[in-house]
Write a protein that binds this ligand. Sequence first.
Ligand SMILES: [Fe+2]
Length: 452
Amino acid sequence: MKIVPFVHEGLGNSSYLVELEKGQALLVDPDRSVQRYLKAAEARGWAITHVFESHLHADFVSGALDIRAATGAELFVPAAATVRFPHRAVEAGDAVPVAGGTITTIASPGHTPEHTSYVLRAEGMPPALFSGGSLLVGGAARTDLISPEMTDRLTRSQFRTITRAFADLPNETLLLPTHGGGSFCSAGSCGERTSTLGQERATNPLLKFGSEEEFAAWFPTTFPAAPAYFFRMRPVNQEGARLRSQIPQPPALEPAEFDQLRPRALVIDARPQAEFMAGHIPGSMSNAFRDAFATWLGWLVPGGRELLFVLGEEPLERVLDECLLVGYERFAGVLAGGMSAWTGAGLATSWAGLTDAAGARRLLLEGAVALDVREPNEFADGHIPGARHIPLGELERRADELPRDRPILTTCGHGERSATALSILERLGFGPLTNLGGGFEGWQAAALKVER
Ligand SMILES: [Fe+2]
């Protein structure tokens, strides 16, 4: 039996396509970009017959319904998730026969109350534990995404889950978690995405805690900030997402038509940040298309907002996939001919400064304020001397902390989050604005002074 992992680098998540006998396959925790699963299965001659959901996801819209629509696969969802679409509800201890083996379910609350893990037992291979957001490689998933009142209880559940729920499984059990390194859904995980129970029993620091009390006091202090959209996804996944085939594609719009829709829709400019600085539509949001595109879209744009797109080389289908992944489905249009068509039509265009480390240093000496929009741990690790710190996710709410009578230099790790920050500040009327291309990494490479 083969296991094909699919990783979304930006979300830090994995889903798994698993070969069964008789040309069948099962899928665990699929996200909404379902073409990749369907293509992988088709290329191998497998029919996807079963889809298992470990929990109601907070960080993406599930692709389970799209998979069923495409394949007729049966959906297995924890009963306590109380989803409102047809499914097979699973309870702890259930055994689901699959071709050539059995899936058994283990209650593993903590990351969410309904969280369920699945163990595949089949001839000729060690058991495979699909642990979702319970036990991760080097960590466990966060427990604060339901409500502040629930966090302590869920943290204690998570402790009992990771220390006891899998105790009967042997060391050679494959550990195949959904959340992983880089995920805002997890805490304390490292680079590897899969492991074995034996490896985790030997090395996972969370399994070294002596008491639940100690764990409950410490674990929540390790969580990163939660992107705003995390609190919108559970209800969407509970209700059941709309099928991709029911969501209209955005039309390609001539500049004048595109311009007419700007009062009601937000323009997302997905080009590289340097192209944004060189000329963009006033009021547009820079969100360069990269692994983190979906996370920042979901963090900064209100749910349900209608979107317009300015693209360069970025493939529209992939941009739409990332929008759909975090729940945006209202696509007003794409600018036909891109930014050159816009400027060619003589429509209003804005520019912003772009500089390197040496130029940034000059601007600061001349009185500009540096705004660093990275996460607190990154800022604490080292930053431009005197920089103000407002994490990007808080910028809109806290922009009043910034001066309106001085130039602002926006900075982050490489220059992409800071470009988004610049676009937000421009919309709020701040300026003049300059982005530090290359970010703090470029600043360090230029051997300039660092404050810690
Ligand atoms: Fe999760």
